[in-house]
Ligand binder design. Structure first.
Ligand code: CMP
Length: 136
């Protein structure tokens, strides 16, 4: 059954700062994701607050938004069958210390904050998050 989906992926400041973006993009491509769109940008804290609005009541919200806006990021639209779930599996657990071998966060993540990548958690949020970065 064809279940072609798009999801949003962000290579976060900790990974871009370590020049890991090319390497991480290669992992996505090897796993069958097409990078349909991508851009390297730095966003303002106020934009990060909008992007992570779903977490606004969480104690880590302020640090999270400060962090995402602290340096350049690479935002990408990834496409493949079952892209949302497959990307979440490939990223691994939110906290790199809980991530399994072979996942991006296990390999590159530094901490729960500096966990190298973000990926949409549902198809519904993927559409919202893709629009956030790529609506023209
Ligand atoms: P991400 O998938 O980008 O979504 C929200 C981010 O909040 C998450 O990755 C983590 O980097 C960050 N975060 C910080 N503390 C926590 C926490 N206790 N639980 C979940 N996410 C956290």
């Amino acid at each position: 059954m064809n279940n072609l989906e798009q999801t949003l992926s962000i290579i976060k400041p900790d990974a871009v700062e370590r020049n890991l973006d090319t390497e991480i993009k290669e992992i996505f491509k090897k796993k069958g994701f097409l990078i349909k769109k991508e851009k390297k940008i730095q966003i303002e804290k106020i934009e990060a607050e909008k992007f992570y609005k779903v977490h606004e009541t969480k104690p880590f919200y302020n640090d999270l938004c400060a962090y995402l806006s602290s340096g350049p990021i690479v935002a990408m639209v990834l496409e493949k069958e079952n892209a949302v779930l497959d990307n979440r599996e490939l990223m691994g657990a939110t906290d790199p210390k809980d991530a399994v071998e072979g996942t991006i966060r296990k390999k590159y993540g530094i901490s729960i904050d500096k966990n190298s990548v973000h990926g949409s958690d549902s198809l519904e949020n993927a559409k919202i998050e893709i629009d956030f970065f790529f609506k023209d």
